[in-house]
Design a protein around this ligand. Structure first.
Ligand SMILES: Nc1ncnc2c1ncn2[C@@H]1O[C@H](COP(=O)(O)OP(=O)(O)OP(=O)(O)O)[C@@H](O)[C@H]1O
Ligand SMILES: [Mg+2]
Length: 254
């Protein structure tokens, strides 16, 4: 299993990147894909044209809420907590789609301390991940989510940068926090977003711990697909952003 995470400030293009990376991996037929939406807005599902409400798919935080307040089926009452969590995720939270599965964490997960359930849940998610060839995690903006420690080990982290000094400082902090809370990563790649310009590469020089791997092209069709609620999986092969994602992914051996 190979784990990919997109990180970056608000609106830099993380979710679009994860969606197109999944489209690329699917087209390469290299194995099964699990997408984890760690953003409360559930934006990733939207970008994939999925209405999880209509599909009656719950977020993990919805399940925890129901579990905590006893809103569960009668037959589950005799289950252990572990069994309840497994049952609920499989029945209600895991969306099984064409070419990828999706799990959304939702909003309330970090609230309060329902520690036992949280720990079982993390264990269950990391067990589930092992069934897939690729796990792609779409992060929310901000750095607080790192403290949830959803994952303790990442293969390729794609930090997406807009052309500001702040963006780079933000990534440095993210990297520091990850080291402090012991989230391991094999590669920390920097990827310029669709507003990035080559002259900003100078900002990144002298920082050996980051590897700049290129930029994502501006793509009008991404905006149009978003507006129309169409799945980014349907985007044309020659869309500028998809070409950028393919180039980056194939240069890294994907
Ligand atoms: N390559 C691109 N060209 C043009 N517009 C883009 C591109 N990538 C993303 N966008 C647009 O930028 C906006 C933000 O994209 P996206 O939702 O992927 O970012 P995000 O980093 O996930 O945002 P958030 O932090 O809110 O989750 C969207 O309106 C999207 O259509
Ligand atoms: Mg997003």
């Amino acid at each position: 299993m190979k784990k990919i995470v997109a990180l970056g400030r608000g609106g830099v293009g993380k979710s679009s990147f994860i969606a197109l990376m999944a489209k690329y991996l699917k087209s390469r037929k290299r194995g099964s894909i699990l997408l984890i939406d760690a953003d409360c807005d559930q934006n990733l599902a939207d970008l994939l044209g999925l209405n999880l409400g209509q599909l009656q798919i719950n977020t993990i935080s919805d399940l925890l809420f129901d579990l905590r307040y006893g809103k569960i089926e009668e037959k589950m009452k005799s289950f252990s907590l572990q069994q309840k969590i497994e049952y609920l995720i499989n029945q209600r939270a895991l969306y099984e789609g064409d070419g990828f599965d999706l799990l959304s964490l939702g909003t309330k997960w970090a609230e309060g301390c329902y520690c036992q359930a949280n720990n079982i849940l993390k264990g269950f998610i990391s067990g589930l991940e092992k069934n897939y060839s690729y796990v792609l995690i779409d992060s929310p903006s901000g750095l607080e989510h790192l403290n949830r420690r959803l994952t303790s080990s990442i293969d390729d982290l794609f930090a997406i940068l807009d052309p500001t000094q702040k963006a780079f400082q933000n990534l440095k902090r993210a990297r520091k926090i990850m080291t402090e809370i012991k989230i391991k990563f094999s590669n920390f790649y920097l990827l310029g977003n669709f507003r990035f310009r080559d002259e900003f590469i100078g900002l990144l020089e002298g920082n050996d711990e980051f590897k700049y791997i290129g930029k994502i092209e501006y793509d009008r069709s991404i905006e149009e697909f978003n507006l129309q609620g169409k799945s980014l999986f349907e985007i044309q092969e020659d869309s500028p952003m998809f070409i950028s994602v393919k180039e980056v992914a194939s240069s890294l051996g994907y």
